[in-house]
Design a protein. Sequence first.
Length: 299
Amino acid sequence: MAMSQQFKRLFLLLLFVMMAAGLGACGKPQENPGKTAPAVKINSSQSVRIIAEGRVVTYPGAEIVVSAEQSGVVVKLPVDEKMSVKKGDLIAELETDELRAMLAESRAKIREAEATLQLAKIEVERYKLLFQKQMGTKQNLDRAVHDHKAALARLATAQAAARRIQVSLDKSRILSPIDGVIITRYTNPGEMVAPGTHLVMIADLSKMRVEAEVDEFDVGRIVTGAKVQITAEGYVNQSWQGKVEEIPDAVVDRRLKPQDPGRPSDTRVLLVKIALLEPTPLKLGQRVEVEMQGKALAR
């Protein structure tokens, strides 16, 4: 009897354990071992090679064409190509004989106007005193005041004319706006120039970089800060390091005719700016070839 009671208890305990295990299995979602999540390949972490042609340019403001601001004959042109200049150095001087004569005449008119003004001022004071003593008329006083105002106006006009002539004289001396090197000289002493005539081109050759024409289908691959290798014809087994520093927001028509005949010339390009990371013997305007690392586009 005791054995039967003990067997009954074991049977009930086993039955309870089995029921608990069944309920736990119902609470868990079933897994399908036959299907797994697809692997995602991130191609943006890989790099591709982008090759483009370009040319050596200066940074904005480092290359300036100096022009005449008024007409005249060039009497001085003390600079020549490849000559270094400092900001404020004399680039050219135009003939000023006529302007100097006009300035002398204008200054004489100023002195005359000053004398007339002084006399008019005395007349006003005199007629004012006579009118106060009832020895002069109001009409005479009004005329004296009017003459005084007219003298003031004539003096102001003469002074303005002198200032205009002085400005023209100042413009006859053309000074260098920046430190740099004379790249091109467009005129010679003795030539007549008009306003806007180019005199020289000045460039600061310490502020050069490369402007590369990258085909528009590579636009999405370019990354700011990417490493660039630069080569040029005439420099065998030489290359220089650079990095992408500026990516414009718009594509433009190709400016350089491709040296490779197999490369289309009617495509649109992105003018990517590349900083030079080391000194180079490259010349301003020289054509170069660049090879840069770009990101691969996801397919």
